[in-house]
Design a protein around this ligand. Structure first.
Ligand code: GLY
Length: 361
């Protein structure tokens, strides 16, 4: 890195801020990332399903091209990050089985399978017994299933640890919050820290999720809280499942993600009640629905209950935009921040480098 390289201040060290910082660092920018508590927001809670297929049916179809492209970038993203950081990120291509619990849940499975065929994404309809052949711990009484072999997973906590390692090795992580923006003649020229110190930067990138920096442009992001559980198999117990199980139980969705290290992640509720604490009703609902699909989960230890806010935009699509010649924001990644990480980092870095687009959009 030489002194004449342009400088960028990335505000917020969730998965999008961290990966954008790493991307700009790789492109030769002088980077500083600011966050008092890196990787402690939505990315700390996330299950890490890389599920363009399964997420599309339960969300907006406009998302699919972004989700699908980002999923295709993942193998290389994970491999290069592992190489740079010396840490594993838990990228697994073991696939996903979507199951319907009751007869009434079959219609949504039909819709899922039809949509996947239309999108050219492999999806195999399975009878309940074929699903149990793949995953013998599934409940005996199920209405049907779809196998999505291309819906994979990464471990978000390992992913952010690897990104932090890269940034810490490069000495570009500042464990302080930004308290304001410095502007000169309508152009953002740096960030202000709590003690009043100003750190100049050619470009500032806001990746603050549901938080905001005083004086920054108004954000339309809303907090969509999710409760999520971490379960652990007692020592010596055989693994319950190899693939991600997503399910519908009387129309309610639940997922169970098996990690390499015997952890099972069960999620997630979706609440817009403004309450950052875990919901008792939500936890009860997740455990009840997960047990309906996988009775053996009652024999696990409940090791963690977490609630965090997903940053949802008005149309639930990510918003990467330029606000002034020195200011860009990347936000609204909603349920898809982990899946959209390689795509989001690339697109945000491209916009940071595109300083000719200075009128905003
Ligand atoms: N990406 C899954 C969720 O937000 O629950």
């Amino acid at each position: 890195m030489h002194g004449s390289a342009p400088s960028v201040a990335v505000v917020g060290a969730g998965v999008i801020g961290l990966s954008t910082a790493r991307e700009l660092h790789r492109r030769g920018w002088r980077v500083q990332v600011y966050d008092e508590k890196p990787a402690s927001g939505a990315s700390h809670a996330a299950a890490g399903m890389l599920a363009p297929a399964a997420e599309t049916v339960w969300d907006q179809h406009a998302l699919y091209p972004m989700l699908s492209e980002s999923a295709s970038l993942y193998p290389e993203f994970a491999a290069t990050l592992e190489q740079e950081s010396g840490r594993r990120v838990g990228y697994l291509e073991t696939g996903t089985v979507v199951v319907g619990a009751e007869a009434g849940d079959r219609a949504e499975l039909d819709e899922l399978a039809a949509l996947q065929q239309q999108l050219g994404h492999p999806a195999e309809r399975l009878t309940p017994s074929a699903a149990r052949h793949l995953e013998p711990a599934l409940a005996p009484q199920l209405a049907g299933a779809v196998h999505l072999p291309q819906d994979h997973q990464v471990n978000p906590r390992r992913l952010t640890a690897a990104l932090l390692q890269v940034l810490e090795d490069a000495r570009i992580l500042v464990r302080e919050n930004v308290t304001g923006l410095q502007t000169v003649g309508g152009r953002t020229t740096g960030v202000r820290l709590a003690g009043g110190e100003v750190r100049p930067a050619d470009q500032v990138v806001l990746c603050t999720g549901t938080a905001s920096v005083p004086g920054s442009p108004p954000s339309q992001v809303r907090p969509v809280y999710g409760d999520i559980l971490r379960l652990r198999l007692p020592a010596g117990r055989p693994r319950l499942i190899e693939r991600i199980i997503r399910g519908l139980v009387r129309g309610r969705s639940v997922y169970i993600v098996p990690r390499e290290d015997e952890e099972l992640v069960v999620g997630a509720t979706s609440r817009e009640d403004g309450d950052p604490q875990p919901s008792t009703e939500g936890v009860l609902r997740l455990l009840t629905d997960a047990r309906r699909l996988l009775p053996g989960i009652v024999d696990t230890q409940l090791v963690e209950v977490t609630a965090r806010a997903r940053p949802g935009s008005p149309d639930d699509l990510p918003v990467i935009q330029r606000h002034d010649p020195g200011l860009v924001s990347a936000n609204g990644f909603f349920r898809h921040g982990v899946l959209l990480t390689p795509w989001g980092a690339r697109e945000t870095a491209n916009l940071v480098e595109n300083t000719s687009d200075q009128e905003g959009n």
